[in-house]
Ligand binder design. Structure first.
Ligand code: ADP
Ligand code: MG
Length: 707
C-alpha cells in the first residue's frame, strides 16, 4: 500500500475498534465510544473489552481478533503497559491505523521511548500506521467520526487542523464554534512516533474537502521530508511554531553555529516548504480561515473600502507591516469610486465612502473595485453607525460580490462594533467571506493570501541545479588527511583548499615554516600581504594576535613572523603550530559572512549576513536549508535589516550581489555533498566589491562532524 492509501484508512475509516472501551461513565474508554455514536459515525463501531458484553448498547468483543469484519482503525484507551499486547492482536487482525490516546511513552523518558519503538514495529509488521501516542485522538468531519475524547466534532468547513499538542487541539475544536471557523478534520499528533506532519500534509493535499492545512508545530521530525511535502502540496499551509528558543543553539565553534538558533532555521525551512507563518493562535485561525475560503491574491494591489477614516488608516498601517502596502488607486479608477461617495469622501485608497455612506455606497464601491483590473484583493471595512445596520450592510456586501460574479480575487470583511457586527460577521463567514473584528486581522489575512499566490507562482520544483565544475574528491582528500591527523578542525589553508575545490575565490596562499621561507613566499605572492597563524588549536586567529595585515616589505614579513609565533605561544603554549600562512592582501571591500550548520532537524543549512558588528552584535542574519540555487540566495539578501548596505548607501555603489549569490549557492552545494563529513563552515569574512567586481574569500573555517 502506498503511504497515501495507508493514510486514507486512517483519515477516512469505515470501521473503528475502541481498545479499552469501558462501561464506566466519564472514563476515556467510555467517552470515545459515546463520541463515535454521538458524532454520527456511519461505519462499524467495535468496543473491545474482555468483560462487558456490550457498551452503550453496542456489542463488545473480548479481543479485536474476535471482531467479525475488517478494522480500519483501533483507538487505544488502555494503560501503557497493556498497549503492546493489544497492538500485537491488532497486527494479527491487520488493523490499518493505531490511534493511540494512551500516555506514558517517549514523553516520560527512556523506558517509555523503548515501548513506543516496539509499538511502531508491531504496527508496521502488518502494514499499520500509528498516530500518537499521547494524543486526544482524531476528529474527522467527513466520516462524522469523533474518535477522541474532545467534546464534539469541530464546526464543519475546509481546514484540516493538525496539532502536536492535544489539549490545544481540544480548545481549538471548541473555539471553531465561536468563530464558526470550519474544519474538515482535526488530528492530534502527540509524540509522532510514526505519522507526522509530512504524512498529514501529503494526505490533506489530496483531500477534496480540505482547502487549507493548518499546523500547530512544536518540532518537526524529518525536516527535509517536511519541506518536500509542504512544497509539493500545492495547497496553502499555515503554521504556528512554538518553542522557538528550545533547541539548536548549542555551543559551537563557528560564528554560524552560535547564530543558528532554531527560530531562523525554521523561518527559512517554512519559506522553502511554502508554509505561511502565524504568530499566535488567533492568527493561525484568522489566516486559515482566509486561506480556506478565498483564492490566493495573484497581484499586489489591495483595495480597502471603508466608512471610517480611522480604521482605514489602521488597515493601511497593518498592510505595510505585513509587507503588502496599499498603493494609491489609479486616476481613472478614482473617478469611478468618486461616483459612489459624497464630495468629502476619498477615492485614493483606502477608499473612504464616509460615515454617511449607506448600503448603496458599499454596493457601488464593491462593484467598481471588483470589476477593476487594477484591484487584486479587496477588504471591506465597516464601523457601526446609527444610520446603518450591520446586518443590512453584510447582506449588501454579499449581494454586491455575488452580482459581479468575480471569483478569482480574494475578499475579506472587517466590521468594527458590537454584537450586531459579530452576528453580521457570522453571516459573511457562512457565505464564504472571512470576517474579522479588526482591520489588522483583515490585513493579516490578505497578506497570507498574497503569500499563498507567491508560493504558488514559485512552483513545486526548486530551481537548484548543482554546479558541475566542482572537485568533490579533492575536498574529501583534504578532509581525510585532517581525520588521519585525529582532528575535526581544518586549518584555514585546508578549509580554503576545500572551498577552492567548489570554485570559491580564495586567493593565493602558502604556509611557511621558517622566516626565510616566509620571505621567499612573500616574493612569489607579492606585496601587500597578510600573515596568519596556522594551528588547529587556534580557531579564532585574531584573538590570539595571530593575524597581521598590510605587510609591505621583507622587514615586515620577518617582524610579523616573529610576533605571530610569540603571540600564538603566549596564547596557547600547547598549540600545535603548522606554520605561518602568507596570502595576498585583498583590497578592502564590504565584509560579509556566509556559513553553515548541520541543523538537527533540517540538516545542512546556510547562513548569510554582513560581517563585524552586524553579525556579532545585531545578529542580522538569514538562513536557507541547503542546497539551493543562486536565485534563492538572491532572495536571502533583502531579508537582512542592513540590506540597504548591499544596495549601496550614501553614494556608494550597489555591491556585487550576483557574484555573492553564486558563491552562497556553491557553499550550499558543498555542505550538502559533504554533509556526512562537515558539521559547520564559515567564510568570514568575504570581501564583497561593487557590482561587476566580484568578491574574495579571505578567511575559511571548517569544523568536521565528530566521528
Ligand atoms: P580570524 O577570523 O581567525 O580572527 P581572519 O583570517 O578572518 O582571522 O582575519 C582577521 C581579519 O583580517 C579579517 O576579518 C579581515 O578583516 C582581515 N583579513 C584577513 N585576511 C585578509 C586578506 N587576505 N586580505 C585582506 N584582509 C584580510
Ligand atoms: Mg575570520
Amino acid at each position: 500500500m502506498s503511504s497515501l492509501q495507508e493514510m486514507k484508512a486512517l483519515f477516512a475509516p469505515k470501521s473503528i475498534a475502541v481498545i479499552g472501551a469501558s462501561v464506566k461513565d466519564g472514563s476515556i474508554g467510555n467517552t470515545v465510544v459515546k463520541n463515535l455514536i454521538e458524532s454520527g459515525f456511519a461505519g462499524a463501531i467495535y468496543p473491545i473489552n474482555p468483560k462487558a458484553p456490550d457498551i452503550l448498547g453496542i456489542k463488545a468483543y473480548a479481543s479485536v481478533k474476535d471482531v467479525p469484519g475488517e478494522v480500519d482503525i483501533a483507538v487505544f484507551c488502555v494503560p501503557a503497559h497493556i498497549v503492546l499486547g493489544a497492538a500485537r492482536e491488532c497486527a494479527e487482525k491487520k488493523v490499518k491505523g493505531y490511534v493511540v490516546i494512551t500516555s506514558g511513552f517517549s514523553e516520560v523518558g527512556h523506558e517509555g521511548a523503548e515501548l513506543e519503538k516496539q509499538l511502531v514495529e508491531i504496527a508496521k509488521s502488518s502494514g499499520g500506521r500509528v498516530i500518537g501516542p499521547n494524543i486526544v485522538g482524531v476528529l474527522l468531519n467527513e466520516s462524522k467520526a469523533n474518535a477522541s475524547f474532545a467534546p464534539s466534532l469541530p464546526y464543519p468547513g475546509k481546514t484540516a487542523l493538525i496539532s502536536q499538542s492535544g489539549a490545544l487541539l481540544i480548545s481549538l475544536d471548541m473555539a471553531t464554534f465561536v468563530r464558526q471557523f470550519g474544519a474538515s478534520s482535526m488530528v492530534s499528533l502527540g509524540n509522532m512516533s510514526d505519522v507526522d506532519f509530512a504524512d498529514c500534509i501529503d494526505f490533506y493535499a489530496h483531500d477534496e474537502n480540505t482547502n487549507c492545512v493548518s499546523l500547530y508545530i512544536e518540532g518537526v521530525k524529518d525536516g527535509r521530508r517536511f519541506i518536500e511535502s509542504g512544497r509539493k502540496a500545492g495547497k496553502p499551509i499555515v503554521a504556528l511554531k512554538s518553542g522557538v528558543s528550545a533547541h539548536g543553539a548549542a555551543a559551537a565553534a563557528s560564528h554560524t553555529g552560535s547564530l543558528a538558533g532554531s527560530v531562523k532555521v525554521y523561518d527559512a525551512a517554512f519559506k522553502q516548504a511554502h508554509v505561511i507563518r502565524a504568530r499566535d493562535l488567533d492568527e493561525l485561525l484568522d489566516r486559515s480561515q482566509a486561506l480556506a475560503l478565498q483564492p490566493p491574491m495573484t497581484g499586489k494591489n489591495i483595495c480597502v473600502i471603508t466608512n471610517g477614516g480611522g480604521i482605514g488608516v489602521l488597515a493601511s498601517d497593518s498592510a505595510e507591516a505585513y509587507g503588502v502596502p496599499l498603493a494609491t488607486v489609479p486616476k481613472d479608477l478614482q473617478e469611478e469610486f468618486k461616483k459612489c461617495m459624497p464630495d468629502f469622501g476619498s477615492a485614493k485608497n483606502p477608499v473612504d465612502i464616509t460615515g454617511g455612506a449607506g448600503l448603496k455606497g458599499y454596493e457601488d464601491a464593491i462593484a467598481v473595485a471588483l470589476k477593476s483590473d487594477w484591484v487584486d484583493g479587496l477588504a471591506v471595512l465597516y464601523c457601526e453607525t446609527a444610520v446603518t445596520q450591520p446586518d443590512e450592510i453584510a447582506e449588501g456586501v454579499m449581494r454586491a460580490i455575488a452580482a459581479t460574479g468575480v471569483k478569482d480575487k480574494p475578499i475579506v470583511a472587517c466590521f468594527v462594533g458590537g454584537v450586531k457586527c459579530i452576528a453580521a460577521g457570522k453571516k459573511l463567514t457562512a457565505a464564504g467571506i472571512p470576517f474579522y473584528e479588526n482591520p489588522d486581522k483583515a490585513m493579516s489575512a490578505l497578506s497570507a493570501l498574497r503569500q499563498a499566490a507567491i508560493f504558488q507562482a514559485e512552483g513545486i520544483q526548486d530551481d537548484y541545479v548543482p554546479a558541475k565544475d566542482v572537485d568533490q574528491a579533492t575536498a574529501r582528500a583534504v578532509i581525510a588527511e585532517a581525520r588521519a591527523d585525529g582532528r575535526n578542525v581544518l586549518t584555514e589553508p585546508e578549509a580554503k583548499k576545500v572551498f577552492a575545490a567548489y570554485g570559491l575565490p580564495v586567493g593565493k596562499s602558502q604556509v611557511a615554516t621558517s622566516e626565510d621561507m616566509a620571505v621567499e613566499f612573500a616574493q612569489e605572492i607579492g606585496y601587500p600581504l597578510v600573515m596568519k597563524i596556522v594551528s588547529p588549536q587556534i580557531i579564532h586567529k585574531s584573538d590570539a594576535g595571530g593575524v597581521k595585515v598590510n605587510i609591505k616589505d621583507e622587514a615586515g614579513v620577518r617582524a610579523a613572523y616573529k610576533t605571530i609565533l610569540a603571540n600564538a605561544k603566549a596564547y596557547n603554549a600547547d598549540a600545535n603550530i603548522h606554520g605561518i600562512l602568507l596570502q595576498s592582501m585583498a583590497p578592502m571591500g564590504k565584509e560579509v559572512i556566509v556559513g553553515s550548520v548541520n541543523d538537527p532537524q533540517f540538516g545542512p543549512t546556510v547562513m548569510f549576513g554582513l560581517g563585524g558588528i552586524f553579525v556579532e552584535v545585531l545578529k542580522d542574519v538569514t538562513f536557507r536549508v541547503a542546497p539551493f540555487s543562486s536565485k534563492t540566495a538572491m532572495d536571502m539578501f533583502p531579508e537582512i535589516k542592513s540590506y540597504q548596505i548591499l544596495q549601496g548607501t550614501r553614494g556608494e555603489k550597489r555591491l556585487d550581489q550576483e557574484a555573492l549569490s553564486v558563491i552562497v549557492s556553491r557553499i550550499s552545494q558543498l555542505v550538502t555533498e559533504l554533509s556526512d563529513e562537515i558539521a559547520e563552515t564559515d567564510a568570514n569574512p568575504i570581501m564583497l566589491y561593487p557590482e561587476g567586481q566580484g568578491l574574495a574569500v579571505v578567511d575559511a573555517r571548517i569544523i568536521l562532524k565528530k566521528k
